[in-house]
Design a protein around this ligand. Structure first.
Ligand code: AMP
Ligand code: MG
Length: 487
């Protein structure tokens, strides 16, 4: 079905090792992403039983050659020299319809040489969560790994309690992480480091080949993509939850949807992850953490940069410093869209700060606020204004903010304003309680809520009745206060 190539496998040995999947008892297909498969060049799609066998690892797909990849990483600030794919296997790479090389990876397919104490498995909950959230991000146009398939294993995995097991198939531009570079660097394996950097350049930043210093150009390009990515996350309230260097993609995609969550009531200090006690990865900390991760990336490149002389350290430092400006520039235009203001509006930033403080002080739901504001922009009726004011505990100060916002608008631009606002403000996000509801139902054998939710979050700008129902913020009793990686 897929035409695999194995370029990564030709890189020096410690970067990947051959490893077979461990079969599961009774694989059953939950979901298969046919449009994505078509994008990957799949022609004939086999029957469900074959798909279940392939995407559980029970049968090796023709031409696949499973390998576990090595990587290191800073986890919550602490360096671990060897992590690696402890429960994942790269099946190979596929050159897609756009000529882009993409990785296809099984996750939850059994133990590997990198498993340490882990069982190499994944419970069903995190598989469904990653499916929903990554496909939503893709529908939003936010760079992300994708979901190709999900299969239940017919086995139990034991976490706090026994849970149904599942295998997820992830598609990524690559699985090269900051932690992959750290893995080569900490071993002082310069041959592996250079091969990895050359591979990353060829694969993700081919224009860097012609730069005066290709490795510096690689660093600069990764900094730019990460800055843009984190700005996109924050524009819709996304909290990654586990921004360790091993979850920081060199291709600039969102990767690893463990304990991620979308912010509901606006609060810059919000963190959901049960393992993030110190709130290191809280909403507003994300740009600073991304920059910190990129500094760790820069350190790994120093042996290559120093080939160009002592200027390497200074140049790398400059590249990292430029993160702030790149992040702010991206955020400025995202904010202008969200507020329906001109891209060069001098008021947009102050207005956004004002609205953020309204949302925070007035305990407003972030997505509902921007959605109601979009409706009010499209038709500034009393009804739409009242719907917006109903979201805050401080209607008077929000009314004053609305007046300032309307004063900043360019007259006669209603249509463009609405289009920009709709683009920046989804009707629906995968709300934590809805994701949990879909998972709970699946644990009782009912996948219907998962399919329904998947249908609406992958059309995030559609104003259907079903979307409206699932878009509503959680009531007090429905609120999910903590998320778990479920590893
Ligand atoms: P993650 O939290 O998914 O980013 O994983 C961090 C590290 O733990 C990676 O090296 C994973 O491969 C490893 N890991 C997570 N869960 C398991 C598991 N069930 N079995 C083996 N290794 C795991
Ligand atoms: Mg990870």
């Amino acid at each position: 079905m897929l035409s695999f190539e194995h370029r990564y496998a030709t890189l020096p040995e410690p970067l990947s090792v051959e490893c077979a999947a461990t079969p599961v008892a009774n694989p059953e297909l939950i979901a298969f992403n046919a449009p994505l498969a078509a994008e990957l060049g799949a022609k004939e799609i086999p029957d469900e039983a074959t798909l279940a066998a392939w995407f559980s690892g029970n049968q090796t797909m023709p031409n696949a050659s499973p390998r576990a990849l090595g990587y290191a990483g800073h986890q919550f600030g602490n360096f671990v020299p060897q992590l690696g794919d402890g429960r994942a296997l790269l099946l190979g790479e596929v050159v897609d319809q756009h000529g882009k090389r993409r990785d296809v990876q099984l996750k939850g397919s059994g133990r590997t040489p990198f498993s340490r104490g882990g069982d190499g498995r994944s419970p069903l909950g995190p598989v469904l969560r990653e499916y929903l959230v990554s496909e939503f991000m893709a529908a939003m146009g936010i760079p992300t790994t994708r979901a190709l398939a999900a299969v239940t294993s017919g086995e139990r995995v034991v976490r706090q309690l026994p849970e149904p097991g599942a295998v997820f198939t992830r598609v990524a531009s690559s699985h090269i992480r900051v932690g992959t570079f750290q893995f080569a660097a900490v071993r002082r394996d310069e041959a592996a480091l250079k091969a990895l950097a050359d591979h990353a350049i060829e694969r993700h930043y081919p224009e860097a080949v012609n730069a005066q210093d290709p490795y510096l150009a690689l660093l600069e390009a990764v900094v730019a993509r990460q800055a843009a990515l984190v700005a996109r996350w924050m524009s819709i309230g996304f909290i990654h939850g586990v921004m360790n260097t091993d979850n920081c993609s060199i291709a600039g995609e969102t990767i690893d949807y463990g304990p991620c969550a979308f912010m509901e009531q606006f609060d810059p200090q919000k963190a959901y992850s049960s393992v993030d006690q110190g709130k290191r990865y809280a909403f507003a900390n994300q740009p600073g953490i991304a920059q910190w991760n990129l500094a760790r990336f820069a350190e790994t490149l120093l042996p290559l940069l120093n080939e160009q002389g002592d200027a390497g350290v200074a140049q790398a430092t400059d590249a990292i410093r430029r993160f702030d400006g790149l992040f702010s520039a991206e955020q400025r235009h995202l904010h202008a869209d969200k507020l329906g203001l001109a891209a060069d509006s001098v008021d947009a930033e102050a207005l956004m700060e004002g609205l953020e403080s309204q949302m925070h002080q007035g305990r407003m739901d972030m997505t509902a606020t921007f959605d109601a504001l979009t409706h009010y922009a499209a038709s500034p009726t009393d009804e739409h204004r009242d719907a917006l004011l109903a979201l805050t505990t401080q209607p008077q100060s929000l009314t004053a903010w609305l007046e300032a916002w309307q004063a900043a608008q360019v007259a006669g631009q209603e249509e463009a304003r609405f289009a920009a606002m709709r683009r920046g403000n989804p009707v629906i996000i995968p709300r934590n309680h809805r994701v949990q509801e879909a998972i709970d139902a699946a644990y009782d054998g009912d996948f219907a809520p998962f399919y329904t939710l998947l249908g609406v979050v992958t059309q995030p700008f559609d104003d259907s009745t079903e979307a409206r129902r699932l878009a509503a913020p959680a009531t007090d009793s429905e609120q999910v206060l903590r998320t778990f990686c479920g590893t």
